[in-house]
Structures are given as C-alpha cells and as structure tokens.
Ligand binder design. Structure first.
Ligand SMILES: Cc1cc2nc3c(=O)[nH]c(=O)nc-3n(C[C@H](O)[C@H](O)[C@H](O)COP(=O)(O)OP(=O)(O)OC[C@H]3O[C@@H](n4cnc5c(N)ncnc54)[C@H](O)[C@@H]3O)c2cc1C
Length: 390
C-alpha cells in the first residue's frame, strides 16, 4: 500500500479548492518561500497593525483566509462541513497568543468550553485543543517547573491555572470529546506535563480523553514517555499522546547557549526524525495503553505510520490512531489519507486577525525555514494547476 505513494494524488489533495483558491495558495507559498520577503513582510505587518493602519483587509484576504477558518466559530462552520464531507475532521483552535492577564486566561477557558460543547454536538469535531500559555503566565509555569517556592499570591494564581485545566478536561470527559494539550517551550513544559499527567490520572481511567504533546526534537522525550507509561500502568489509567517534532527550535537553542546549559534539542534534523520514528513506533506497540495523534506534515513519517499500522495489523480507522495537519498546509497528506479511510483531523485556527498574527508569522517562518516542504507544496500546486489546465 505504501509503495503506491498516495500523497502524489493532487486531484484528491486540492478537491476543496476552486481555481482562484488554488492560484492564491500558489501565490502565497511562492511569496513565503522567499526568506527576505517574509522578514520584511513580518516587520511591516507588525508595524502597520500597531500603528492602526488599515491592513486587516489585506491580511484577511491573503494569509489569514488561507491558514485560518475565520474570526469566530461560526465563520469556521462552512470549512468544517466541507472538509468533513471528504472525511477530514476539524479541531477548532482558538489561536490567540501572547496574553498575560487573568481576564484573558478566563476568556480562553470560556472559548475552550464553548468549543467542547459545540464539538459534542458535531460529528465533524471529535477533538478540542488548548495551549498551556492560554491558561496561565509562562513565568509561573517556569517557576513551578523549577520547584521555586511560590508567594501566597502566586499560589492562588497557580490554583486558578489548575482549575482551568480541570474545567476543560472534566467537561471533555463528560461530553466525550478528546482534548489535546499543546506543548510549548521546554522551560515551561515540565509544569504543564505534571498537570496534564494529573488530568490523565483523573479522566483517562476507562479510555484516553486527555492527550499531552511530545515534541520529539527534544532528545529526552522517549525516556519521559516510557516513565510516564510505567506510572500510568501502575496506577491504572490510559495515556493520550500527540506527537510532533516541535516548533520552537531556534528559541530553545539560543536560550540554552545564552544560559550555558546543554540544548534540549536533538543535534540534527536526522536525529529528530529518528527520535520521532522511535516514539511513533513505541506508541503503536502499546496502543492498548496509549492512544496516538500524529501531528506532522512529513510524508515519510506519515508513510511510516501507515506501514507500521499495517505490519501490526491495526485497522486503518482504529479510533486510537489519528493523523493531524494544520489547515492551509499539507492537504495532500490529509485528504489522501482520509480518502482511503484513516482518521484525520486538521487544526482550524480562528480568532481576531490582530491576535492570530503570532500564529500566522510562525507559519510563514516555518514554511521559509523548512524549504523542502514549501517546495513540495509549490510543486503539488503547480501540478494541480497543470492538471486543471489553468
Ligand atoms: C496538528 C499539529 C499540531 C501541532 N502541535 C504542536 C505543539 O503542540 N507544539 C509544538 O511545538 N509544535 C506543534 N506542531 C508543529 C510541529 O512541531 C512542527 O513544527 C511542524 O509540524 C513541522 O514538523 P513536521 O513533522 O511537519 O515536519 P518536518 O518539516 O520534517 O520537520 C521540521 C521540524 O524538524 C525539526 N528540525 C528541523 N531542523 C532541525 C535541526 N537542524 N535539528 C533538530 N531538529 C530539527 C524541527 O522540529 C522542525 O520544526 C504541530 C503541528 C501539527 C501538524
């Protein structure tokens, strides 16, 4: 099956894009494949937004509409329904970042709760997600992770973070909606990992509902997973694991160098890839205890997952294995996998244009730095344009 290279089918990949959307995607990827352009564009956009220049319309009709479902949940509905008709589910992702106040954290929780409730009524949305720093300050996570004693006020603040995790995970359990918790910078991750472990202990007793995220660009993650697995087995609960390579590599390396500690990141792309494969394989070997969400745009990893599933006689639509990509990226993987019957869900980011800018900038930078992937995306779009004779 894997030798057929199903991801090359551009007709399936871009079936939801009309000709003008196809042209826009081509134009966009062409632009972001130029590093200097992304750098200038990012600086100019940040300046224009801060100066309240009327650029929102331009952003919306270009990057925003390509990578986001809309400004609010309702905007995303047509996208969710259209994708589900082709077998691809949606994970609505409220992508507002860089907020630091209690009111903002409460409003992120309320959004998450709204989404879980909404998801429980919609078959196309079996999964919800939140980001740790959406629910609390990064410095607080860092302090907690380092074991530094909190002041009375900080302890109260932390108790509110715990309560937010619990409110979201408890509701997810009640409504039978999987909940993924993203992973972020290593210096805040320990505290979030402990919290998520607690949530899994509470809510994953009969089946995995709560999923943590493993960033396999961190060389310590396989050991961490094995230890976590032991604890879960001993205490009698299941694990849910999203696996990704990791999005903050440059920041991680810079900080490690500045502060003189060993970098937590694998020494090369090859080492990260190998680590990803080992973690993937370990989980597929222990599906009875661990459910898996494979968040990747990497074709080799996706083919490997398909191959391992076949070798281990795991049926392709086993509810314990999901493939995931981001909206606006790697449709050739998502739609081709869904067409043959795998479980696939795309993160569909939404939020006010200004607030999702950090997310959009990360996507642009990622596509610039991972040159191979952008070229692949461009070549596929070019092929589909040729096939449609446009
Ligand atoms: C559904 C979904 C959910 C996601 N959730 C999260 C999340 O919660 N947290 C998070 O951090 N990211 C998340 N990501 C982003 C993810 O971590 C990657 O940045 C992105 O998917 C690119 O990796 P890739 O596997 O698709 O493929 P590739 O393009 O094959 O890999 C690129 C990645 O390889 C690693 N890499 C590149 N060069 C080197 C090098 N020289 N040395 C070591 N490693 C290197 C980096 O991690 C880089 O991002 C998510 C992605 C998806 C699709």
């Amino acid at each position: 099956m894997t030798s057929e290279k199903i991801f090359n089918n551009t007709e399936v990949a871009f079936q939801l894009k009309n000709d003008s959307e196809l042209e826009r995607a081509y134009f966009l990827f062409k632009m972001i494949s130029h590093q200097p352009l992304v750098r200038i564009g990012t600086a100019a956009t940040n300046f224009a937004l801060k100066a309240n220049l009327p650029v929102e319309g331009l952003i919306r009709s270009t990057v925003f509409d390509h990578f986001c479902g809309g400004v609010n949940e309702e905007d995303c509905l047509p996208v969710i329904d259209k994708m589900f008709l082709k077998g691809v589910s949606s994970v609505l992702d409220y992508s507002v970042e860089g907020k630091e106040t209690e009111t903002q954290f409460d409003s992120a929780l309320n959004k998450t709760i709204e989404i879980i409730n909404f998801a429980s009524t919609k078959k196309a949305m079996p999964i919800a997600v939140f980001k740790p720093t959406g629910f609390g300050r990064i410095d607080l996570y860092k302090k907690k992770g380092q074991g530094v004693k909190f002041t009375g006020q900080e302890q109260e603040e932390w108790d509110r973070v715990v309560a937010r995790y619990n409110d979201a995970c408890k509701l997810a359990k009640e409504k039978d909606v999987f909940i993924l918790i993203d992973a972020e910078e290593s210096w805040m991750q320990d505290a979030s990992d402990d919290l998520v472990e607690d949530m899994m202990r509470r809510y994953n007793s009969d089946k995995p509902i709560v999923f943590n995220t493993l960033q396999t660009y961190r060389w310590d993650r396989l050991d961490y997973l094995k230890q976590l697995h032991e604890r879960a087995k001993n205490e009698g609960y299941k694990l849910g694991m999203k696996i990704v390579r990791g999005a903050y590599m440059e920041k991680e390396r810079e900080r490690a160098e500045e502060n003189g500690y060993p970098s937590p990141i694998c020494e090369s792309k090859m080492a990260t890839d190998a680590n990803f494969n080992k973690v993937l394989s370990y989980i597929l070997d222990h599906l009875e205890d661990i459910s898996l969400f494979i968040g990747t745009h990497n074709e080799e990893s996706s083919y490997l997952a398909m191959q391992l599933m076949e070798e281990k006689s795991i049926v392709i639509n086993d509810d314990r294995v999901w493939f995931g990509q981001l909206y606006g990226m790697s449709d050739h993987i998502s739609f081709n996998l869904a067409t043959v019957g795998y479980n696939v869900a795309k993160y569909v980011p939404f939020g006010p244009v200004k607030d999702v800018m950090p997310y959009l900038i990360r996507r642009a930078e990622e596509n610039t730095s991972v040159a191979g992937q952008t070229n692949r995306e461009l070549n596929l779009l070019k092929e589909e344009k040729k096939r449609r004779k446009i």
